[in-house]
Design a protein around this ligand. Sequence first.
Ligand SMILES: [Zn+2]
Length: 255
Amino acid sequence: MKVILDAGHGGFDFGATNKDRKEKNDNLALTLAVGERLEQAGIPVEYTRTQDIYQSPYEKADIANASDADYFISIHRNAADEPGTGSGVETLVFDETSDLMALAEAINQNLEQVGYENLGVFPRPDLVVLNKIKMPSLLIEAGFIDNDKDNEIFERNFNEIASAIADAIIQSNPMAMATVHAPKPVLYRVNVGVFRNEAYAYDLWRELIIKGYPAFIYRKDGYHFVQVGAYHDLKDATNMENRLRQAGYSTYITT
Ligand SMILES: [Zn+2]
């Protein structure tokens, strides 16, 4: 098992800021602390950066793709559209079918123990570090940098936060995921559109997200499937399909 860690942003890309506080610095400090704990547990770690240097998201993706790591974890801090109005931790994955869903949830739960509100796991198929990286990847938003209360938790519980993330990674087992072919649970998803053209898929995805639907893009065989939700229970998928049909979308349910 090997992990590549990415401290989000860097150099002239500060990320989010709050007075003198820059996201790139919080990200790097936390990333190095998580890496230290993983290495102590015997897990080899690579980093996209260990210094304050600029990398575009595409460069970060190239570094990850050139490594032989089992997965990629990017560490960030969040910011709200209206500064100070957001609080808590969220973890982002490419979509709900990600191999790292369980790890994403474990990280959030561990961070909840440390004092952050658990905002959940969200699909973000538009993020370069999630969609251009070959290995399973996730992105942690470790509290809001524009919220003084979240910064207080970040400072006061810094070591616990680093351990919370590292412990979830140590306890996950990607080698087992890759080699043991456990039957995957069936998930029902509501398909709203299929496109060859990625831009059209993004237009529909964005429209659905703005309307509050848990939409994501699933890629297969050169097609982009715009889908909503992933449900264990067919009834839940049917309810979502009814909502979408009433809103004028033509849909079908798929697994
Ligand atoms: Zn960021």
